[in-house]
Structure formats: structure tokens, C-alpha cells
Design a protein. Structure first.
Lengths: 225, 225
């Protein structure tokens, strides 16, 4: 059956990866275009027409256009709630916990990606302020320890919230994988390490693995975390 | 009836104001404590026990603890969906639009609050880089023009999405009001101006107006926007 769903996305971008995982978990058929950031395809006419901000993800489902990553995930889970994996538990208490962890990934994103990776990515090598970078690495370690504690509390073989994969995992995994791509060593965080290794084998994640990550190695951003 | 709902909040903080508006729109009874940032009460034992990050909002509903602002709003709307005002429309297309605008407020927040207000708030007066500040004010103007366009498209007397107040308004209004408190002049944005004036009179907003805003005037942060 032809699908009305179409996603423009960029390889390795956590905001793009999240809706891809949801589409796979829901078993939905979708059209897609992988855009090249270096070719500035996110400013191309086909994207701009749907998303005047010129960003990916850019998403449509028939006439419904949704472009913010978290909004796409929520939209898909709500509209297709009876299809595939249920990502938002119905019990309000469990759902509250999933929502809390989903929104809390802003902190994980800020500590790992903005604080450590983007700072080094955007600063010329000889202009790196080592003292500042070390303070950011310390914040990343502290943030990782929080999530390590959450998994510890959930018990062995758990997901971020309980025994079922949920929207919290959709939000956490791409950020964690972005770190690992940047040589973040998870060995000092045994629960995160085991969680990461299990998730890597999940079909929705294998199917959406950033293509350019398969072809080249990432840079080392996380020494000392 | 005694309520199991309790919220710790700070006056004028948009992340705290959002759940307060939702509680009022839902007509829920709730306990609350207004914390003082200057007295560092957000690091107090009662907050830290529920929220180890030591931030407000901090929220509980019986045994369910939810502390991220957006998560609290989602949680309340879901658990109490049949009470008071419906903030998340059931139709998937309209809901998709509300979700899009809700998540898009990150951009409004970044442009108005982080870019313009916090930069000036955190920088010593003689260290302000006027060129940088002007570029941030320009970004704020551009972002306001986007939202002005959204309202224009919705037509006269509209809310952010259509003719009904929704979660999108819960997310937009506190940021806009934060700007107006900082002397943002909405006259060049007639739709936003009329929207703001209507919302100021809404009972849920009057009931939750930041107490310290009634007592003192804000600083001028937005000259030239």
C-alpha cells in the first residue's frame, strides 16, 4: 500500500533518528529522503516548502506537517497507537515516568552533545580551552552517572523505564550512540554499557543505523569522561 | 477534598508557569509552594527529595513524581483528560499542529529569553558586546514575525492553533509575557499584540500571574526589537 508518510532526515542526527525509530517500531511504511548537510539539502526547495525553518527532520503524513522531532514522535504514537510497539504506556503512573525521562534527555543532550562534542567540533584545535572542556567533560560524566543510576534502579535487562521498550528509549539511545560514535567509553558505566549493547541489536535500531557511521570512524571527543 | 497534587514553583519562570496554567485550566485542586530562587530554596531538602537536580518545577501527584515542565503538562492533560479544558485535541491532524507549535516554542524561548534576556542578565554592563546583542535582537524579531504569521493565518481572535485554547497557548504565553515584562513592545506585531491582550484576561492566566511582577517593574531588555 502506498504510504502518505514522508520523512526528510540527516544521517547521525539524534533529532532525525528518533522519528525513524518510531516509524520502525510502529511497523509503518514510509517514504524518505536522506539529505546531505554538507550539500545544504536541508535548505532545498522540497524541505523549505514543508519546513520554512529549513531543518530536518521534516515530516508529513498526508496533509499534516510536523517538523519538530519530539512532536513527530508524539504524533505517530498517538495516531498509530494500535500499531506495532506501544511506546507510551497507558497507566498514568508509568506514563508519567516515561514522560519525565523523555523530557530529561534535554540534559543528556546538553551535557554530551552540546557541551562536549559541539564545543570541540566548532572550536579550532588551537583555540580549545582545556579547562573549560574538562569542566564540560565532568558535567557529561555526572549526567551519565545519573542515567546509570536510573538503569541500576530498574534492575537487570531493563529499559529506561521498566521492562518494556518505550518512548524514553527512543529519546535516550540516539544521544548515547552519538557519544559512543565520539569514542565515549561506557565501560565505567556498566548498566549503560549493557543497555547500549542490547539496544544496538534491536531491529528498529539496526534498520535505522546512520549510514555514514558504517563507512567511517568517529573522532575522539570523550577522552577523560 | 484533599489533593494529592503538589507543585514547587518559582515566580516568573516560564517552565513553572506552564504547569500552573494547566492545573487551573483543568480545574484541579493542588497544594503548592512558591520557592525563592535568591534564597536558593530550589536546592532545599523538600525539593531535592523529589528532584535531585534541584530545579523547579518539581511536581508530585500521589506517588508519581514528574519534574520536567513539558512532562508535567503532558501528564496532567493525559491523566485528567476529561476534566476542565481539553488542551490536546483528539483529531490527529489538529493534534499534530498543536504538537508542532508546542515543540517549536523551543525556538521562541531561545530567541527571546536565552538570546536577548539571559545574555544581558548574565553579562556585566560594560562587557556587553553590542554587535552580538543586536544580532540576537534581530533573531528575536525574526522569530516573533514567524509567530505573528502563524496567528495571521489562523485569523482574527484565534489562538495559536485554531479557535480553541490549547497546549500550544500554554507553552507560548509565558515566553511572550516574559518578553513583555522585559519591555518587549508588541505594537509592531499586531496579531501577537491582540493575542497577548486577550490571554492576559484569561482566568487561568490571571490566577497564576507571577506575584513579583505585580510588585515591581521589569528591566528594559528589548530596545530595538
Amino acid at each position: 500500500m502506498a504510504s502518505n508518510i514522508f520523512l526528510f532526515w540527516g544521517s547521525g542526527s539524534p533529532p532525525c533518528w528518533k522519528p525513524l525509530i518510531v516509524l520502525e517500531e510502529k511497523g509503518l511504511t514510509y517514504g524518505q529522503k536522506l539529505i546531505s548537510f554538507s550539500e545544504k539539502e536541508h535548505k532545498g526547495e522540497d524541505v523549505m516548502k514543508l519546513n520554512p525553518r529549513g531543518q530536518v527532520p521534516t515530516f508529513r503524513d498526508g496533509d499534516t506537517i510536523v517538523n519538530e522531532s519530539g512532536a513527530i514522535c508524539d504524533y505517530l504514537e498517538y495516531k498509530y497507537k494500535d500499531q506495532g510497539c506501544c511506546l507510551m504506556p497507558e497507566d498514568p503512573e508509568v506514563r508519567g515516568k516515561v514522560l519525565q525521562r523523555v523530557h530529561e534527555t534535554q540534559n543528556l543532550n546538553k551535557a554530551l552533545i552540546e557541551g562536549v562534542v559541539y564545543y570541540q567540533f566548532r572550536t579550532k584545535e588551537d583555540a580549545i580551552d582545556e579547562k573549560y572542556l574538562n569542566s564540560k567533560k565532568k558535567e557529561a560524566t555526572e549526567e551519565l552517572l545519573r542515567w546509570e543510576g536510573y538503569l541500576e534502579k530498574e534492575g537487570p535487562e531493563s529499559y529506561i523505564v521498566g521492562k518494556d521498550f518505550s518512548m524514553a528509549d527512543v529519546f535516550v539511545f540516539p544521544i548515547l550512540a552519538f557519544g559512543v560514535r565520539g569514542k565515549l567509553d561506557l565501560a565505567p558505566f556498566p548498566n549503560l554499557d549493557s543497555y547500549y549493547k542490547r539496544l544496538v541489536e534491536r531491529p528498529s535500531i539496526k534498520a535505522t543505523w546512520p549510514p555514514h557511521w558504517k563507512e567511517s570512524e568517529g573522532k575522539d571527543f570523550f577522552k577523560g569522561v
